[in-house]
Design a protein around this ligand. Structure first.
Ligand code: CP
Length: 313
């Protein structure tokens, strides 16, 4: 791999999955691989899991790790040919080239504006870093995708599945704030390449981009979706069509014990952070079928597999 910003091909996913399992099983075999290499992580937005798990992944490989809150740094210009007489102090052409001299791999987290859909879906920030950096770039969640999360999600489903081809349900759930579509987009993108029966359920008005959905099965009947499910992956997202809008806060979409009873004793998943008793009832997330902590643990092993693969070149 040259960079990691989207879902790779199926064969690559199978190979990465095997690598992540091996790293998780025998981390000591990989401890020297990143010695004298540097991982630089630039965060234009906050993070707990992605930041710490990716830092840990780099440290596990023996890398030096530098993280920077880039939202506090110089405002970066991304427009080609811009006359920089406004707020922006530095163009991404210099910023990416300079950071590349300090880094063996650059990680970038940059959320969408949720105002201009076309601009967000063009992935201006991460695309510019890929274009102007001279080292591999890893997405730590971009405007439209969160591939490290989805890779960890797939690893978790592999570990907990009880049948070869489990039924995996991505369910919209309410949230007080407008959230990006990055996690659901990526989850669908990865699950469509995996050996699972994927069902997506959301209220009317919350369909995702057809570029990500493809021919995935969608229903606005959450109960129908939950019937016989092996995994329930809850997530809120704001409207794609009425871009960034909150169209519903309907509490009947909250994941409750009654809803989980419709499933085939499904495991409960969420990428975290999660709003308790809004997205999911306490009794579900605290219950024996909740695997959110194991899921977050797998962020380290997924990230370590990606960093190792990029270092190997
Ligand atoms: N799931 C996830 O990306 O968490 P953070 O926003 O805390 O990194």
């Amino acid at each position: 791999m040259k960079s990691f910003i989207a879902a790779p091909e199926v064969n690559e996913i199978i190979r990465l999955l095997a690598l992540a399992k091996d790293i998780k099983g025998s981390p000591e075999n990989y401890r020297q691989f990143g010695v004298n290499k540097t991982l630089v992580l630039l965060f234009f937005n906050p993070s707990l899991r992605t930041r710490l798990s990716t830092e840990k992944a780099g440290l596990n490989l023996g890398m030096q790790v530098i993280s920077m809150n880039a939202d506090n740094g110089w405002k970066i210009e991304f427009e080609e040919g811009a006359i920089m007489d406004g707020d922006s102090a530095e163009h991404v052409k210099e910023a990416a080239a300079v950071v590349s001299q300090y880094a063996s791999i650059i990680g970038i987290r940059s959320f969408p504006s949720l105002v201009q859909r076309d601009k967000d879906y063009q992935e201006e920030v991460i695309s510019a870093f890929v274009k102007y950096a001279s080292v591999p770039v890893v997405s730590l969640e971009s405007a439209t995708r969160h591939p490290l999360q989805s890779f960890a999600d797939l690893l978790t489903i592999e570990e907990f599945k009880q049948k070869d081809r489990p039924k995996v349900v991505l369910s919209w759930a309410p949230h007080p704030r407008a959230l990006p579509q990055a996690v659901p987009n990526s989850f669908v993108e990865w699950m469509r390449r995996a050996n699972v029966d994927l069902v997506v359920t959301h209220p009317k008005g919350y369909h995702l981009s057809t570029d990500f959905m493809g021919d995935a099965y969608v229903t606005t009947n959450q109960n129908e979706a939950f019937d016989g499910a092996d995994f329930i992956y809850a997530k809120n997202w704001s409207s794609f069509e009425n871009y960034g809008a909150i169209l519903s806060k309907d509490p009947s979409w909250t994941i409750t014990a009654e809803k989980m009873a419709l499933t085939s004793k499904a495991k409960f998943m969420h990428c975290l952070p999660v709003r308790r008793n809004v997205i999911v009832a306490d009794e579900v997330i605290d219950g024996p079928d909740s695997i959110v902590i194991a899921q977050a643990n797998n962020r380290t092993w997924a990230a370590q597999a990606v960093l190792y693969d990029l270092l190997k070149g």
